[in-house]
Design a protein around this ligand. Structure first.
Ligand SMILES: Nc1nc2c(c(=O)[nH]1)N=C([C@H](O)[C@@H](O)CO)CN2
Length: 117
């Protein structure tokens, strides 16, 4: 299956379990892959026939900033549901990295894959 993807989308937002995390923004980095048959867009050269990765990036950023949560798991489930509802894909994989969370690690995070039922 063809895919439209976004790599290392940076979003600065409030995220985390601990009190100190609710006071200042931290950087999250998203890798997103969406199943998408690109044939119609390639044949027509028409953006409306595919998934606009710029619009997905805008919606992901908007959602992260508008609705602060504690867990990366919560955020990823919300974002997967948003992408499946708003964009022309049946399957999305999202990985989020939170590099400042564990100083001894290069980065940490969560990844999920969700499909339309
Ligand atoms: N699986 C997870 N583990 C942890 C999370 C999380 O969102 N998912 N969050 C934290 C804290 O917020 C951490 O980032 C602060 O250092 C800890 N573990």
């Amino acid at each position: 299956m063809d895919k439209v993807y976004i790599s290392q989308l940076k979003v600065d937002t409030i995220i985390g379990v601990y009190d100190f995390e609710k006071e200042c923004k931290q950087s999250l980095y998203f890798d997103i892959e969406m199943d998408c048959d690109i044939a119609a867009a390639a044949a027509s050269d028409d953006l409306s026939q595919t998934i606009d990765y710029a619009e997905v990036s805008r919606r992901v950023t908007e959602h992260c900033i508008a609705k602060p949560v504690e867990l990366l798991e919560t955020l990823l489930e919300q974002l997967a549901a948003l992408i499946l509802a708003e964009f022309a894909t049946n399957k999305v994989s999202i990985k989020v990295s939170k590099p400042a969370a564990v100083p001894q690690a290069q980065t940490v995070g969560v990844m999920i894959t969700r499909s339309k039922h």
